[in-house]
Design a protein around this ligand. Sequence first.
Ligand SMILES: [Fe+2]
Length: 165
Amino acid sequence: MVIEQDTHRERQTREMERPFAKDAPKDTLAALLTATHRDQLALCRSLEAIADSLPSHVDRAACLNAARALGPLISRAHDLEERLVFPAIEARHAISASIERLKYEHMEDVCFSEELHDALMAYGRGSPRPAPDAFGYMLRGFFEGLRRHIAFEQEIIVPLLEEDT
Ligand SMILES: [Fe+2]
């Protein structure tokens, strides 16, 4: 049973850390964006599992793995979108207000992820701060917001990218 849990956790970590360009089905912006979404959704599942395990069944290694993956994954996604995806969309479509909102949500995610990183590290090291209620609220606020953000990009941005290729 322990072996199965470790295998599952290792698989989740691999999913979160996979470079976006490496195994995308084809080298298009839509495929790259979808690949980063997949990685972020894997992280969301890990964060949700941690939230569900509060207050007394927290997997400390899962917290450390999520903390380690969080910053690099978020910055990789934002870099792809803000450097390549959004300029490509704005060049062809009148969608600036939505792009500005997405960029604003990126900034919020960066601020929130720094706070979340520290809390995940604290739980991973066995010194749980903030209190479980506050940690759970923080986790759910982050992954629910990120899932909504990704759903919008999948619904609106990916089809526009596919239309242009
Ligand atoms: Fe985004």
